[in-house]
Design a protein around this ligand. Structure first.
Ligand SMILES: [Zn+2]
Length: 303
């Protein structure tokens, strides 16, 4: 999960036709698929949502054909039969999350609250309907929202070196978000793992090529590293950082870049071709380059 900025709602959700339909829905006090079918739905809405999410799913960060998911379910709430869902948020811009069909289907109507939170039974009279409004935040939802400033994904979610996702420091919100959208599903793990494979393999390749020319010198002196390996290391990582937000699995890659040696150390099947350096020597070289880079890396990369 990666944070996004919603900004102003699209024009469609501010026009008279939309408000007329919303009034009908508010009077009905229940979202009815036939009567209020996709009140929020217009290509301009989906397009704007896809744009702020950079064509990625707000929950799993896979590039996707965008679906409009309702963060707070509008027609029903799982295991709460007496609550008819947050029908008043059917067209609320900040209640829409760009989602892949898998996360959208798996999530369904699940929306649990923390024990200390209290479910809003009906529309707040002040029309405080934004996802970050006081009344809604007081519910203490367990599901993380990509557009709520205080829902910092890195505080709740973490990846191991095989790109498997876990709740960070036993975060209940992390646990619930993973379970609700099955963010640990196998196919997703494989896609994330591939993203990491490409980065680590390229670092290995860069170190490998540079060392081939310097195989007999041990240990490799700092001057040589600075002139040969470091510029190529920096160039490769710079490229990743420049396109980072546009590509999949930003949180995973940021965690990798912030804790590179953990991922590198625990990476499976390390091979260094013809290089006769020991794995320990290779590790020291990568550690040196990463430390040098990290000292002056762009601020938005740091977690
Ligand atoms: Zn997804």
């Amino acid at each position: 999960m990666n944070q996004v900025n919603y900004g102003e709602p699209p024009e469609y959700l501010k026009n008279n036709k939309f408000f007329k339909r919303l009034d009908q829905l508010l009077q009905a006090k229940k979202y009815n698929k036939n009567k209020h079918y996709k009140i929020y739905s217009d290509t301009t809405v989906t397009n704007k949502l896809a744009k702020i999410y950079k064509q990625k799913c707000g929950y799993c960060e896979s590039i996707t054909k965008p679906h409009c998911d309702h963060y707070r379910p509008i027609g029903a709430i799982n295991k709460e039969e007496r609550h008819g869902g947050y029908y008043w948020l059917a067209g609320e811009w900040t209640n829409l999350v760009c989602s892949c069909s898998d996360c959208n289907n798996i999530k369904g109507t699940k929306f649990l609250l923390d024990k200390k939170g209290k479910r809003i039974p009906k529309p707040p009279v002040q029309k405080e309907w934004k996802a970050n409004s006081k009344s809604h935040l007081n519910e203490k939802p367990l599901l993380l929202h990509p557009g709520v400033e205080d829902d910092v994904p890195n505080d709740h979610l973490e990846f191991n070196a095989q790109s498997e996702i876990f709740p960070k420091k036993e975060s209940a919100r992390g646990r619930y978000t993973i379970d609700t959208c099955s963010l640990d599903r196998k196919a997703l793990n494989l896609r994330r793992k591939h993203r990491i494979d490409v980065i680590i393999n390229n670092i290995r390749r860069i170190v490998n090529i540079c060392l081939e020319k310097n195989i007999n010198s041990s240990p490799i002196d700092e001057d040589y590293l600075q002139k040969t390996v470091q510029p190529q290391f920096n160039e490769f990582i710079k490229d990743i950082c420049q396109n980072l937000e546009e590509r999949e699995y930003v949180l995973l890659v940021k965690q990798l870049l912030n804790n590179f040696m953990y991922f590198f150390d625990n990476y499976n099947s390390i091979q260094f071709g013809k290089i006769k350096k020991t794995p320990q020597e290779i590790k020291e070289i990568v550690n040196y380059c990463w430390n040098q880079w990290f000292q002056s890396c762009p601020e938005n990369i740091k977690l």
